[in-house]
Design a protein around this ligand. Structure first.
Ligand code: ZN
Ligand code: MN
Length: 512
């Protein structure tokens, strides 16, 4: 099935990623750990842009930028250079943003996403380094604000701006692109995406090959999808009424779910770019081999390896690799005795990950025990014999006790040994997520041990004897009567029988 894109939608995204895992800002020694601090406490003459102050480049920031460029399959420029982008705004006291212009650190690259009609390559135009401005806090909404406060803690933080080609054809594809980008950046360990302002999205949208409209300052991925849906609708309606779409910048009002016109778009000339005289050009090409060695196994490669090495289905592999910690947990659980890769996939990816999503929490590996035997193919990523994980709400607040990989293995083993039913296994996982504990103890506390075979057999005989009508219905081919009989067996065994086994026993008995 080929996606037709009836409205000729073209979406390109510009994503600003704040490298908040660096210890210091881009051009000064100020700490980046300002997120829980009072306003204007993480500042110095450089990041306040005071006259006479001079920037010094943060080497680690350049390395992180190269890492990101390489992970996005970009070419790395021979020599990079900073420019001044001149404009005045209260959050930018210098009157210019130090950014990159004609020599961005990373050139063309690509990201592969799951598109409307299968796999799809989204082009990356460029990725460059720039400084974050300060933050304006409007009192009330932006268009009716009585006053604005300025916080310069953010000023001078390292941003990587990643610009895509207008290759996305629907808000859904844009969302998939953002999810994939986030996943890759998480793997690189260059930022904490849950901190405020870690990823900011601007979108270019056009329909019917018309002029593009820029939608600014989208603060969440969900917001991006909503803003795009609204903007496409608005443009289509405008054209239908005989209007014309002109180049402009619009602001997304998250609360109202609409985009509002801000200004007509500046052209590049308005910014009067010129080379930053206080920073020398940087030769970066020589360091590519060294940076390449620091790249972890990335989601696409991991997915391919999971399918090949473990023989799990692509859907499982795809779901596992979106989160590195889930992927690591999956691999650790496969090491459990009597646990097949497929068992591990079902319990870690379908069941555990499903429960995490339902609770809107994430899981992070906190402790690991190295695996004794390294993988046969000598991979450079770590593999673990066991691990401990903690659950976090989005903002890193502990909510429950730790989860041990060994306890997940134990749960799977109990099910495989037929000591408990699959349903009880799920109940154990849920209990561990809510209150912690060990599977064996939870089995005892909740009385989850499966009843013995002969008790099920007796329950089956009783169910048949006590419900002649249902038996007649069964023989008449009425399928519902079987569910009724299974229900009776479950009732008699207080839910401790395996429903599937009960069904099999009933069918055998009824066909005797
Ligand atoms: Zn500073
Ligand atoms: Mn920018």
């Amino acid at each position: 099935m080929v996606y037709q894109n009836p409205d000729g939608v073209r979406i390109g995204l510009e994503v600003h990623v704040q490298l908040n895992k660096l210890n210091t800002k881009l051009f000064c020694g100020c700490s980046t750990k300002y997120h829980d601090s009072e306003p204007n406490t993480h500042v110095c003459p450089v990041c306040l842009g005071l006259p006479g102050s001079l920037p010094v480049i943060n080497e680690k920031a350049v390395e992180y930028a190269m890492k990101i460029g390489l992970a996005l399959n970009c070419s790395i420029v021979e020599q990079t250079q900073f420019h001044r982008k001149n404009y005045y705004y209260p959050d930018l006291p210098k009157g210019f943003q130090t950014t990159q212009y004609d020599f961005p650190i990373a050139g063309e690259g690509k990201i592969v996403i799951e598109g409307e009609d299968g796999e799809r390559v989204i082009g990356i135009t460029r990725a460059h380094i720039e400084e974050d401005p300060g933050r304006l806090q409007h009192i009330g909404s932006i268009d009716k604000s009585k006053g604005t406060l300025i916080n310069y803690n953010r000023s001078g933080m390292t941003l990587i701006e990643i610009v895509s080609e207008p290759d996305m054809r629907s808000p859904k594809e844009a969302r998939r692109y953002l999810d994939k980008l986030r996943s890759i950046l998480d793997y690189l360990d260059v930022f904490d995406g849950d901190l405020e302002g870690a990823m900011r999205v601007d979108a270019n949208v056009s329909v019917f090959m018309g002029e593009r409209v820029e939608v600014k300052n989208i603060s969440s991925f969900k917001g991006a999808e909503r803003a795009l849906l609204y903007e496409i609708m608005r443009q289509k309606n405008h054209i239908r009424r005989g209007g014309e779409i002109t180049l402009e910048t619009r602001h997304f009002d998250e609360a109202r779910g609409v985009t509002l016109s801000m200004r007509t778009k500046e052209t590049e000339n308005d910014y009067r770019y010129f080379p930053e005289p206080d920073l020398v050009p940087l030769r970066v090409a020589d360091r590519v081999p060294e940076i390449l060695k620091t790249l972890p196994e990335l989601p696409d490669a991991k997915r391919e390896r999971f399918v090949k090495e473990y023989g799990i289905i692509d859907m499982h592999a795809r779901a596992a690799v979106t989160d590195q910690d889930i992927a690591d947990l999956f691999e650790t659980v496969t090491l459990g005795e009597n646990v097949s890769p497929n068992n591990a996939a079902v319990w870690v990816i379908d069941i555990l990950k499903g429960e995490l999503n339902y609770r809107d929490v994430i899981i992070r590996v906190t402790k690991t025990e190295k695996r004794e035997i390294e993988s046969q193919n000598q991979c450079k990523w770590p593999l673990y014999k066991s691990m401990t994980l903690k659950l976090y709400r989005k903002k890193y607040v502990d909510t429950v006790p730790e989860i041990e990989s060994g306890n997940i293995i134990k749960t799977i083993q109990l099910v495989k040994e037929k000591k408990i039913t699959e349903q009880s296994g799920v109940e154990i996982i849920r209990t561990m997520l809510d209150n912690g504990g060990k599977p064996q103890d939870i089995v005892k506390e909740k009385g989850l041990l499966k009843v013995a075979d002969d008790i099920v057999a007796t329950a089956v005989e009783e169910a048949i004897a006590e419900n002649p009508e249902a038996v007649t219905d069964f023989h008449a081919g009425k399928e519902k009567s079987m569910n009724f009989l299974v229900g009776k067996v479950m009732q008699k065994t207080k839910g401790r029988a395996d429903a599937r086994e009960a069904r099999e026993k009933l069918i055998t008995k009824l066909n005797e």
